[in-house]
Design a protein around this ligand. Structure first.
Ligand SMILES: Cc1cc2nc3c(=O)[nH]c(=O)nc-3n(C[C@H](O)[C@H](O)[C@H](O)COP(=O)(O)OP(=O)(O)OC[C@H]3O[C@@H](n4cnc5c(N)ncnc54)[C@H](O)[C@@H]3O)c2cc1C
Length: 472
């Protein structure tokens, strides 16, 4: 890899010295995302402000043979924004402007570094919002949401990010500026959304604006067993109710919340369900009553319904603060992500607890139960190499089980580096070779976010021990 000075000087000529960061604190800050088992440091970080500046950086990297990796807020949970081969991190921190609000057509154009929540705030006065709502929405960026095809609690009713993206500007791996629109012909946007920054850098996007629902009802129930709660999830949907959100938290998360924030719940609680219905007032009322009936039918110990916005916010506390509270349990958390058919939840959760017990690591579950999108959070001490290995091995078994039950290797957190080895569980070598060929449409070089998503990329294998080595 060329020296820091060479990269600094070369890129300073392209976009100005003030847009380039380097040094030990920068290397540490950008060496991982929220998946901190694997780490790899960049040589420099650039902070472009426009599509043209990003294109200049990508073209320069291509000429000089330097790897580059896009980064939003770094909240990714699979190592996607980790600069696997070092080189340049292209931060979207300064691509933070909303460019155009088109109310008649219910759409908005924004730069990739705008946070998810800022998109919704910008149009709240017009009764509109950007529907995808990852739980990291106060900091996660539009570019990160697009790259990961992010979901969120309300994905159950409103869908993941893909259908909410109407157009985008992409700097491909060659440095070409592409304007992609929905319409006749191949679904180029569909290819870019969810490609985890491996096809280029998104600089701007047109997003769909969705009306804020007329009415919302939120209810919460505590159950004495995880099985009753997870069977209740399937029953709610099979009775014809499609809630906007259907989230589950297990006892370990609740205990952490009790320790951190004084959350109150009956001592016998093993699992909590949070359900939100929205839409026209009367339909919404009928839906939440059907949900409450299901709570009773599956033996809920207690249940409550929010009477106003303040009570609704209180009911959401357990879900929103759950990950933060896990800091009470151990120094490190790895949040896993898999999907299974909803009806398999009881069996899957039994397997998760069994796997964690066998590897002697802690596990807590808070997840989008209505989607069958599981998030077992393993908590451990990352200074102990044995525990790190146990977490990785347990995660592999969890994903194997998801696939065995008819699910998938990831629900919403992507492959990144975390799940490179697991791609082979779902895709044949022929499938993977085809995916690699599709990637070439956007540029033939291997500099754009290398070593992510597709296993066995040239030059990556020998670096893998180094990523893990830094962590241990
Ligand atoms: C507490 C917590 C809760 C979370 N909850 C959810 C949830 O409910 N649902 C969910 O889906 N995810 C969730 N996540 C994961 C994460 O927040 C999302 O994947 C989010 O969309 C990542 O956004 P980011 O800006 O942080 O992206 P980063 O982590 O910076 O990057 C993620 C990936 O996107 C690529 N990328 C970033 N910007 C661009 C760009 N402009 N162009 C091309 N590629 C780009 C990066 O290279 C990387 O591969 C959660 C994470 C945390 C820490």
């Amino acid at each position: 890899m060329p020296t820091t000075d060479r990269l600094r000087d070369g890129l300073a000529r392209e976009i100005g010295a003030e847009r380039i960061l380097s040094g030990p604190s920068v290397e540490r800050t950008y060496e991982s995302d929220a998946y901190n088992v694997d780490r790899s440091q960049p040589t420099v970080v650039v902070l472009p402000e426009s599509t043209d500046e990003v294109a200049k950086v990508v073209r320069w990297c291509r000429r000089e043979g330097i790897p580059f990796t896009a980064r939003g807020a770094g909240t990714g949970l699979s190592g996607g924004a980790m600069p696997a081969l070092g080189g340049v991190v292209i931060s979207t921190k300064k691509l933070n402007r909303i460019l155009e609000i088109d109310l008649p057509n219910r759409r908005m154009r924004a730069q990739a570094g705008v946070t998810n929540i800022a998109l919704s705030k910008a149009v709240a006065a017009h009764g509109l919002h950007f529907a995808p709502d990852p739980s990291s929405q106060t900091v996660a960026t539009l570019g990160g949401n697009i790259a990961e095809n992010s979901g969120g609690p309300h994905t159950l009713k409103y869908g993941v990010t893909a259908p909410h993206i109407l157009g985008l500007t992409l700097i491909d791996a060659e440095g070409e500026i592409l304007e992609l629109e929905r319409g006749f012909g191949p679904d180029w946007i569909g290819m870019v959304v969810g490609s985890e920054g491996t096809l280029g850098v998104v600089t701007e996007a047109w997003v769909r604006l969705t009306p804020v629902p007329e009415h919302v009802e939120t209810a919460l129930a505590c159950f004495g067993t995880v099985r009753e709660a997870s069977e209740c999830v399937s029953a709610i949907i099979s009775r014809g109710v499609l809630p906007a959100a259907l989230e589950m938290m297990d006892r370990n998360i609740l205990m952490a919340l009790r320790a951190a924030f004084g959350l109150e719940f009956p001592d016998a609680t093993q699992a909590m369900l949070l359900v939100e219905c929205d839409g026209p007032r009367e339909a919404c009322r009928q839906e939440i009553e059907a949900v409450e009936q299901a709570f009773r039918d599956f033996g809920a110990i207690t249940q409550q319904r929010a009477r106003d916005a303040a009570e609704r916010a209180k009911l959401w506390t357990a879900r929103k603060k759950g990950v933060g509270a896990m800091g009470r349990l151990a120094p490190s958390v790895v949040t896993h992500d898999g999907v299974i058919p909803r009806s398999k939840l009881p069996e899957m959760l039994d397997a998760v607890y069994e796997i964690a017990a066998r590897y002697q690591i802690g596990v807590a579950n808070l997840f989008h139960a209505g989607d069958g999108n599981l998030h077992p959070c393993f908590y451990f001490d990352d200074r102990d190499p044995r525990q790190v290995e146990a977490v990785v091995a347990a995660g592999t078994e969890v994903i194997q089980k998801c696939i065995e039950l008819g699910g998938s290797v990831t629900g919403e957190h992507g492959i990144g580096v975390e799940k490179l080895d697991l791609m082979g569980l779902m895709f044949s070598p022929g499938d993977l070779a085809y995916q690699a060929r599709l990637k070439e449409i956007f540029g033939t070089n291997e500099l754009c976010n290398p070593c992510k998503v597709l296993p066995n990329q040239r030059g990556c294998q020998e670096h893998r021990l180094r990523w893990r080595g830094v962590a241990t």
